[in-house]
Design a protein around this ligand. Structure first.
Ligand code: IFM
Length: 489
C-alpha cells in the first residue's frame, strides 16, 4: 500500500514513490527545493493585533502512548497498527512520545518558551473505553491533570474532542457509517463539558472531517481502512451531523468556553487543463472543502456531491448540521492537485503538481500563497465570525544515525512564509485570530508511523528525551515579542 504521504505529494502529502510518478523530479533534483533558506528573521519583525494568539497543536493519539494504561479502551488506530500493522514503517503509537506520563514536562516546554496557547485533543477511548456507557475515571483524571498544569503554567487550552481516535467498540457497530455514532459523539461532548467546562475556554469539536472521511473511509489508507464512495459519504455526513449535535451538547451543558471546530481546507487545483481533470478537481473541492464548510454554515451539500450524501441525510439534519460557531480553525499545509482517475472513488485521485514548487522532505509542496487563497475564499463565501490557523507545519524525514537536525532553519523559513501570507489575508479583511504550529513534538504520523518529524521539539525514540530545535526557541521569541510589543497592528 502506498503511504498517504506518498499519495499526497501528488499534491498535499507525498507521492514521489508511486510508480506513475517515477518520472517526476526527485526532491534533490528540484531546483526550487535547493535554494538555501534565508537566515531566520528577527522575531520582533512580525506585527499582529494584540488579541492574536500564537500557539502549538498536537493530538492525543499521536503523542500520548500508554495505550493500555489506566483502563483506556482500544481505538480504530490501535487496530490499524496491530495484527497486521498497516503503517508504512511498521511502527505503532503504543509508546509514541509517552506524553501520558511526561505531560508536565511537555507543558513546561510550551510555557517556558512563552507560547500561551495549546491546542490538543482528548482521547475518546480514554474517557469511554466502550465509546459510551461506563466512564473511565482514570482517563478523565488524566485530562484534569493536563488542564490544571496548563492553567498553572499560564497556557490557554484549546481542547479538540475528536482527532480520529474512535473507540473500536463503536467501529464494530459501523463507526461513522452508522448514524448512531453521531449521537454517541454528542454524549461524549456533553460528558467532556461537564468534566472540563470550568477550565476550557476554547472547544473544538472535530479535526479535519474531510481527511477522516476520504482517506479513512473512501481510500482506506487511514483507520478504519474502509473504501468506496458510499462509506466515504456516509462517514462524511455522519461526521457533519455529529459535529452539529456535539456543538449543541456543548452549549446545552453550560460550558463557559467558546465553541468551534477545525477543518482541513486547501485550494484544489486540476493537474492539467483537460476537462476531465477540471471536473475531478471541482468534485474533490466539493467533497473536501465544501463538504465540510457548506453543511456547517448553510446546512446543505455542494451540488457535485449531494447525490452521494442524499441517501444518508434525513429530514431535520440541515438544521442540526448548521450550528453557529464562535470560531473556525483551518489546517493548511499546501494546495491539493487532482486528476481524473477511473480506478479511484469518484474517478479522481491525487495527481502531479506542475508548478515548480519547492518541497519539504515529507513530500508536500511549499505553497504559502495557497493559505492566502483559501482564507480569502472562505471569508468571502462563508463569513465565519473569526478564524485561526489551527495547524501549519513542516516535516523533516526519518533521521539518519546522526539524529533529527536541531538546527532547523528550513522550518523557520516555512513558518515565516506562512505568517507573511496570513498577515496578507488579514490585510485583505480576513478576520484571523491566531496561528498554531503543527506540532509541539515529533510524533506518530498516522499511516506513516514515526517517519516524519513535524515538531519544534524532537523526542529521542529510545530515551524519550525531549530536545528543542532552533525553531522552538525562535517561535517562542516570536510569541514573546508579540506579547511585549508596544504597537500591535
Ligand atoms: O499529523 C497530522 C495531523 O494529525 C492532522 N493534520 C495534518 C498533520 C500532519 O500530517
Amino acid at each position: 500500500m502506498p503511504s498517504l504521504r506518498s499519495l499526497l505529494t501528488l499534491s498535499r502529502r507525498g507521492v514521489f514513490s508511486l510508480p506513475a510518478f517515477a518520472a517526476m523530479p526527485a526532491l534533490a533534483d528540484n531546483p526550487a527545493a535547493q535554494h538555501p533558506d534565508p537566515p531566520p528573521p528577527d522575531p520582533a519583525s512580525f506585527h499582529f493585533p494584540r488579541d492574536f494568539a500564537f500557539g502549538v497543536s498536537s493530538s492525543a493519539y499521536q503523542i500520548e502512548g500508554a495505550v493500555h494504561a489506566d483502563g483506556r479502551g482500544t481505538s480504530i488506530w490501535d487496530e490499524f497498527c496491530h495484527d497486521p500493522c498497516r503503517t508504512s514503517d511498521g511502527k505503532n503509537a503504543d509508546i509514541a512520545d509517552d506524553h501520558y506520563h511526561r505531560f508536565a514536562e511537555d507543558v513546561d516546554l510550551i510555557g517556558d518558551t512563552d507560547l500561551r496557547h495549546y491546542r490538543f485533543s482528548i482521547g475518546w477511548p480514554r474517557l469511554f473505553p466502550e465509546g459510551g456507557g461506563k466512564p473511565n475515571p482514570k482517563g478523565f483524571a488524566f485530562y484534569d491533570r493536563l488542564l490544571d498544569k496548563l492553567l498553572a503554567k499560564g497556557v490557554t487550552p484549546w481542547m479538540t474532542l475528536y482527532h480520529w481516535d474512535l473507540p473500536q467498540a463503536l467501529q464494530e457497530k459501523g463507526g461513522w457509517t452508522n448514524r448512531d455514532t453521531a449521537y454517541r459523539l454528542a454524549d461524549y461532548a456533553a460528558a467532556a463539558a461537564r468534566a472540563y467546562g470550568d477550565r476550557v475556554s476554547n472547544w473544538l469539536v472535530m479535526n479535519e472531517t474531510a481527511v477522516h472521511a476520504y482517506i479513512g473511509h473512501g481510500l482506506g489508507y487511514h483507520a478504519p481502512g474502509l473504501t468506496g464512495v458510499d462509506n466515504w459519504f456516509s462517514a462524511l455526513h455522519h461526521l457533519n451531523l455529529g459535529q452539529g449535535l456535539a456543538i449543541q451538547a456543548l452549549r446545552a451543558s453550560g460550558a463557559k468556553g467558546r465553541v468551534g471546530t477545525v477543518a482541513a481546507c486547501e485550494p484544489v487545483i486540476p493537474s492539467s487543463p483537460a476537462a476531465q481533470d477540471v471536473l475531478a478537481a471541482q468534485t474533490l473541492d466539493a467533497a473536501w472543502n465544501g463538504g465540510v464548510l457548506q453543511p456547517l454554515f448553510e446546512g446543505t451539500y455542494p451540488d457535485l456531491i449531494a447525490q452521494y450524501t442524499a441517501p444518508h441525510v434525513r429530514t431535520g439534519d440541515k438544521a442540526l448540521m448548521a450550528q453557529p460557531v464562535d470560531m473556525l480553525g483551518i489546517n493548511y499545509y499546501s494546495r491539493l492537485y487532482i486528476e481524473h482517475n477511473p480506478a479511484r472513488p469518484l474517478n479522481l485521485f491525487f495527481g502531479p503538481n506542475k508548478h515548480p514548487s519547492p518541497y519539504y522532505a515529507g513530500g508536500w509542496p511549499i505553497e504559502p500563497d495557497g493559505m492566502y487563497e483559501i482564507l480569502t475564499s472562505i471569508q468571502n463565501r462563508y463569513k465565519p465570525r473569526e478564524m485561526f490557523i489551527s495547524e501549519n507545519g513542516y516535516a523533516t524525514g526519518t533521521p539518519d544515525a546522526s539524529g533529527v537536525p536541531l538546527d532547523d532553519v528550513s522550518r523557520i523559513s516555512y513558518i515565516t512564509q506562512h505568517l507573511h501570507f496570513l498577515r496578507k489575508a488579514m490585510d485583505a479583511g480576513v478576520n484571523m485570530k491566531g496561528y498554531f504550529v503543527w506540532s509541539l513534538l515529533d510524533g506518530f504520523e498516522w499511516n506513516d508511523g514515526m517517519k516524519w518529524h513535524f515538531g519544534l521539539v524532537t523526542v529521542d525514540p529510545v530515551t524519550l528525551k525531549r530536545m528543542p530545535k532552533r525553531s522552538y526557541h525562535w517561535y517562542g521569541a516570536v510569541a514573546r515579542a508579540h506579547e511585549n510589543a508596544s504597537i500591535q497592528v
